[in-house]
Design a protein around this ligand. Structure first.
Ligand code: DAH
Length: 345
């Protein structure tokens, strides 16, 4: 009788307690395969008189569910399909699985390198806020109000209701001001950080990038000190024998101002695509701190003088690694980033 069989097998299944994966497999072969017991009981079910079908069908389905869940649980317990008598945690004597370490971003690598070089010259590292006010980003740096010099840098402004507009800093020169306002000379610091400009994103421009600002203020600081410091920096960063040249330029916050070029890192000055055949590439702006800037920060410009410089970390990195598209720096493409895994940490 079907009913008796269901009862008998139910007892058997309830008592089933496998000791190995093989027991579990035997269970499956006995009950669950297409020639197994469950299938045969369902065959037998077809012969049950109609008036008993309802009750018997329910019992049969419950039995089927019991067998299936017993099997699933037993299988979970022996997932390793091992014949070992007890559950195994894996072979503890095997070497561990390595996991992939991240790597430093190329911009971080280069920023660190720049910082290290200047640290050896006694420069400390100073940082300032990325959200700035007009005073620190422009006015204190001798940008006159409404002067077109402010257009040199397309600024992201945020209009505030109280009229005290704020801006995302367009350069790290703002940190010079904060530093000088907060202390007394001598100052010898470099200031790395992110800056923002309202530019369309392309291979050559981005709405944010990174700069390192440098400032040295003391008694009797001269342009010769500026040249020697930057010359030394270039030798350290790009290697002995890299030549430098200074071209007169204009910045509101320095007087005199200059831009510094180095002999092209790719063609060593012979002329190539990167330097557009000139043999030189520009890497930074610099100059003697304008006395107005010192006075704006309550520093006696008769007693003290100083030099300042500012460079884009992306540019320095491009010259070092020949990266042609600025967008790569912020896309987080691991195919790009993983190329720097072996670089210094
Ligand atoms: N702030 C300038 C810029 O963003 C870079 C710069 C030029 C910084 C000359 C300086 C400097 O300190 O003396 O383009």
């Amino acid at each position: 009788m079907l009913q008796d069989k269901i009862k008998q097998y139910t007892e058997e299944i309830e008592q089933f307690s496998p000791a190995s994966a093989a027991d579990v497999e035997n269970f499956r072969l006995k009950f669950l395969v297409s020639k197994g017991i469950i299938k045969s009981l369902f065959e037998e079910f077809k012969t049950v008189p109609n008036e008993e079908k309802k009750g018997m069908g329910k019992a049969l389905n419950e039995f089927k569910q019991l067998a299936e869940s017993k099997f699933e649980n037993a299988q979970l317990e022996f997932t390793q399909a091992s014949d070992a008598p007890k559950r195994q945690e894996g072979d503890l004597t095997l070497p561990g699985e390595g996991f992939q370490l991240g790597s430093r971003h190329p911009l971080s690598l280069v920023r660190k390198e720049i910082v290290e070089i200047f640290k050896k010259l006694g420069f400390i590292v100073s940082e300032g806020p990325e959200i700035e006010d007009d005073w620190h980003n422009f006015s204190a740096l001798n940008f006159p109000p409404e002067h077109p010099a402010r257009d040199m840098q397309d600024t992201f402004f945020i209009k505030k209701q109280d009229g005290n507009d704020i801006a995302l800093r367009t350069h790290t020169s703002s940190v010079q001001v904060r530093m000088m306002e907060a202390g007394r000379p001598p100052f010898r610091a470099i200031m790395p950080g992110r800056v923002y400009r309202n530019e369309a994103i392309s291979a050559r421009a981005h709405c944010f990038f990174h700069q390192v600002e440098g400032l040295y203020v003391d008694e009797n600081v001269s342009f010769a000190d500026l040249k020697q410091t930057l010359f030394h920096f270039v030798q350290e960063l790009y290697g002995e024998g890299t030549r430098v040249r200074f071209r007169p330029s204009y910045f509101p916050f320095t007087e005199p101002s200059a831009e510094m070029d180095i002999s092209c890192t790719i063609c060593k000055g012979n002329g190539c695509n990167l330097c557009k055949g000139s043999g030189w590439v520009e890497i930074l702006g610099c100059g003697m701190v304008d006395p107005n800037v010192l006075e704006n920060c309550n520093i006696d410009s008769k007693k003290y003088s100083g030099f300042a410089f500012g460079m884009g970390i992306e540019r320095i990195t491009n010259l070092k690694y020949e990266i042609k598209d600025l967008r790569l720096f912020s896309e987080n493409d691991s195919r790009f980033l993983s190329q720097f895994e072996t670089e210094m940490i």
